[in-house]
Each structure stands twice: as structure tokens, then as C-alpha cells.
Design a protein around this ligand. Structure first.
Ligand code: 5AD
Ligand code: SF4
Length: 471
């Protein structure tokens, strides 16, 4: 048993990170023969991409993917711990799986992802969810074939979670959801330790991939017809800082741009690490999408300080204005309301910065205490009621939605390249995203999926646009 420990996970060691190549042990080569799998994913793009690796690993040892969880021989839950509701969803699913296992005792159940890194979660699984075969963490995903091999027929719940990150494994098998767009990890973990956030504990210290490995992956994707890569990290702007090889995100973006892959995105940015050179590179290359997700979290300097965000709203606005100088750029953000001790006055500061920035869009959340984080302690003496927080969220969303609508309306009657992603719910309609990451619905058929087409915008709503193909 390797049990997670948050106190250990908080530590940042100087131990060098080895970069090793993935190799499958022959022993596990056929463990999935005649068996099917289903992976359920919660949370962010990082988790979605981890699932692509999990599925790749499973395909690689002979399993077959099955879209119906109820029929699969192996079910894996790839969990998220960012907020309470993600937690609850995964535990709800574990309850459902208990019934499934009663009907089919040979069902193999695995739990992984961020929740697996939390000791409270693992203790709860051990106490109440013994139908789980094995739990593994974010640091040993590559070890999945061995875990399955050793725990398929085991009636005990095996926990194999490491609190400290290990080697960075290159060349993991991957089953990509799309051929035309792909996620590419550039940096794992986070060292910012914003006081509300569980990520630095569940994902470990900041570890960048080498530029040559990233470029190899992008070139390979491009060769196979991929049109869009999204460079992924909890804080992409910290890319390279841990490597000491003399390059950073600006250099990486520039090199990825030179591969001539048509569309490059990067998420998520932290204002603290955003340099002028990065802005220059973004504006210089036409294939770097003019879209930045720049979480502000709060507009109150007092709350920003309590959050440990390392900038004031004035610093943020200076950076925002520099980015806004890039023609046509879209900027979105994340905002938390009801952080412990947030007053009406603090909240009004948040509304004020939203009015100044007029975001193209925003993800908004009510603060959710995460066990082991510094803010969770502040929450114990927080007086603001949930009702008040819900009211704040409502008021904030109204404002945000107005600005989203405004920004969408500015696109009316203009034409934009759109990468078609799939069929809309409405018959005969397809959808895709503009370079600035705006969702557009328009008439078309499935032949266009994976192609970039020019679309004229005819109608604007808060969360999407309607248009027609003009080619
Ligand atoms: N409660 C509410 N929202 C949170 N986020 C991160 N941690 C919490 C939390 N404990 C939000 C932040 C972050 C986004 C991914 O999730 O806004 O940018
Ligand atoms: Fe969490 Fe992002 Fe802060 Fe890192 S930078 S601690 S991932 S909110």
C-alpha cells in the first residue's frame, strides 16, 4: 500500500526530475484480451488528456474501448478535486458502481486522478467503497498495466498513490479523441500555492517537458493532419523555469509557431509569470491564436493577497491592457466569489474590474474549501452565508454575460475561420470554434468535421454565435 499524504505533497524537493521513456513490460502485454474498458473523466483539460493516455495504455495491453459503462469489464474513474461538487459527483458514481459490481462481481474498478491524491478521499474509499479494486494517483499513471495485472482478481482494495512526483515519462501511448486537434502537455504540477487551490498538492511540483520532446510531438501531430494543438499546463507561463536550459514559454511558443501547425493555443496563464516577450511572440505569429485565458480570481487587493495571487488588480490591469493591444484578441478569466472573509465591498471591487476589463467570457465559482489548503482554515471562521454567496455569483454572472454578449455582437456580419468540431444537437447543423475560441453553430454536414471553413456571423448570443459558411 502506498497511501497519499498531503503534508508530504506540500513539500518541494530539489531532487532532479528524470525524463524517461515509457516501456511496456512484456508480462502485461495481453492482460486486456477479450475485455472492454470504460473511463469516466471529471474536471479540466489536464484530466481529459490524462484519460487519452489511460485509454492509450489500455488499448496497448489488448483492452477494447466500450462506450457503455454498464457493459464494460473495467471501469476507471479519473477524478477531479478542484471543488466540492466534482468530489460529490465521483462519489455518486462510486455508489452506482457498487450496484453494478453486485450484479457483475468480476467487474474491475479503478479510481485515479486528483481525488486519488487526497488522503481524506482514500480513507473514505477504504472505509466505505471496498468494491474498488485499485486506486492510483497522478504520478504513476504509466504504471496502470501493472496495477491491473496485480489487482484484477483481488478482493482487497489496493492503494498505490505517491505523494511526491517521480520521473517524467515520455512516449506514453495515447488514444486521441480527435485527429484534427490535440492537447500537448508542456508543464506538469504547480508551485504557486494559491491558498484556495488543491492543485499544487495533487499534481506535485512544477516540471517542464524538454522543448525538443514537445516539438517532436507537435511535428508528429502535424504530419498526421492535426490542425490545432493546445499547450497544456496549470500555469503555462512558468514553462521552462525549472529546467534551467535558458528557454521559457516565449521561446517555446515561437518554436511551435515555426512548425507551421495552423493553430496554437495555450492554457492556463498566470498573470505573475506573463512576460512582455510572451506578448510579443503571441502578436508576431499568425498561427498563435489570439486568445488568452487569464484568471483574475478577485478584484479586491485584500482578497488577492489572502489568496496568495502575487499581483494587485492594478498590476493585472496593466498586463490586461498590454494584451488588449493585440488586434482582435479575446480574453477570458476565472473568478471566485465568497472567498473567506470577502465583504460586499470586496465583491464590488470584483464587479469593478469586470466592468473595466469587459471580458469575452468567464468561469465563475463559489469558493469551495479544500482540506489541507490554507484558505480552508480561514473558512472555519467565515461569516458570509451561502445565500449571500449565491447572490454574488448571480450578480457577477449577469454582468459577465452582458459583456460576453457585447463582445459576440461585435463579430456580427464579419467572416472568421472556424475549425469544425462536430455535429450540433440541432439536425443539419455543425459547430466549431473561431481563432478567439468562440463557439459558432451553422448549417453543414459531417464531411466538414476537422476542416477550417470561413463563416459569416449572423447572430450573437452570450455563449455562442450563429453563422453561415461563405465558401
Ligand atoms: N473553490 C472555488 N474555485 C476554485 N478554483 C480553484 N480552486 C477553487 C476552490 N477551492 C477555480 C479557480 C481556478 C479554476 C480552475 O477553478 O478560479 O482558476
Ligand atoms: Fe491553482 Fe492555478 Fe493557483 Fe496553481 S496557479 S495554485 S493551479 S489556481
Amino acid at each position: 500500500m502506498n497511501l497519499p499524504n498531503l503534508t508530504k505533497a506540500r513539500k518541494r524537493t530539489r531532487k532532479e526530475v528524470n525524463r524517461i521513456d515509457y516501456k511496456l513490460n512484456d508480462l502485461y502485454k495481453n492482460i486486456g484480451k477479450d475485455k472492454t474498458y470504460h473511463v469516466k473523466t471529471y474536471g479540466c483539460q489536464m484530466n481529459e488528456h490524462d484519460t487519452e493516455n489511460i485509454e492509450g495504455l489500455l488499448d496497448n495491453v489488448g483492452f477494447t474501448k466500450c462506450d457503455d459503462m454498464e457493459k464494460a469489464d473495467l471501469v476507471i474513474l479519473n477524478t477531479c478535486s478542484i471543488r466540492e461538487n466534482a468530489h460529490n459527483k465521483a462519489f455518486g458514481m462510486l455508489g452506482r458502481l457498487k450496484h453494478l459490481k453486485e450484479e457483475r462481481p468480476n467487474l474491475i474498478i479503478g479510481v485515479c486522478g486528483c481525488m486519488a491524491q487526497e488522503e481524506v478521499v482514500v480513507n473514505e474509499i477504504l472505509a466505505k467503497y471496498r468494491h474498488v479494486n485499485f486506486v492510483f494517483g497522478t504520478h504513476n499513471l504509466f504504471d496502470l498495466p501493472r496495477l491491473i495485472y496485480e489487482n484484477m482478481d483481488n478482493s482487497k482494495t489496493k492503494i498505490d498513490v505517491f505523494s511526491i512526483e517521480g520521473d517524467l515519462v515520455e512516449g506514453l501511448p495515447v488514444r486521441r479523441t480527435n485527429t484534427f486537434k490535440a492537447y500537448v502537455n508542456i508543464i506538469y504540477g504547480c508551485d504557486k500555492f494559491c491558498t484556495y487551490c488543491i492543485v499544487p498538492y495533487t499534481r506535485g511540483k512544477q516540471r517542464s517537458r524538454k522543448m525538443e520532446d514537445i516539438l517532436k510531438e507537435v511535428n508528429e501531430l502535424k504530419k498526421n493532419g492535426c490542425l490545432e494543438v493546445t499547450l497544456l499546463g496549470q500555469n503555462v507561463n512558468a514553462y521552462g523555469k525549472d529546467l534551467d536550459l535558458g528557454y521559457d514559454l516565449a521561446d517555446l511558443l515561437e518554436e511551435v509557431a515555426k512548425t507551421n501547425i495552423p493553430r496554437i493555443r495555450f492554457i492556463t496563464s498566470h498573470p505573475w509569470d506573463f512576460t512582455d516577450r510572451m506578448i510579443e511572440v503571441i502578436s508576431k505569429y499568425q498561427n498563435i491564436m489570439k486568445y488568452v485565458h487569464l484568471p483574475i480570481q478577485s478584484g479586491s487587493n485584500r482578497i488577492l493577497k489572502l489568496m496568495g495571487r502575487r499581483y494587485t488588480k492594478e498590476d493585472y490591469k496593466i498586463l490586461f491592457d498590454k494584451l488588449k493591444k493585440i488586434p482582435g484578441i479575446a480574453i477570458t478569466t476565472d473568478i471566485i466569489v465568497g472567498f473567506p472573509s470577502e465583504t460586499e465591498e470586496d465583491f464590488l471591487d470584483t464587479l469593478d474590474i469586470v466592468k473595466k476589463c469587459q471580458y469575452d467570457g468567464a468561469f465563475t465559482f463559489i469558493y469551495s474549501p479544500r482540506v489541507g489548503t490554507p484558505a480552508a482554515k480561514l473558512y472555519e471562521s467565515d461569516k458570509t452565508t451561502l445565500e449571500e454567496k449565491e447572490q454574488r455569483l448571480y450578480r457577477l454572472n449577469e454582468l459577465i454575460n452582458n459583456y460576453s454578449l457585447e463582445s459576440n455582437k461585435r463579430l456580427l456580419n464579419n467572416c472568421y475561420p472556424v475549425l469544425v468540431e462536430g455535429l450540433s444537437n440541432k439536425k443539419g447543423m455543425i459547430y466549431g470554434y473561431t481563432e478567439t475560441n468562440k463557439l459558432v453553430n451553422f448549417k453543414g454536414n459531417s464531411d466538414l468535421i476537422g476542416k477550417i471553413v470561413t463563416v459569416k456571423i449572423l447572430d450573437a448570443k452570450s455563449f455562442s454565435l450563429d453563422g453561415e459558411i461563405v465558401e
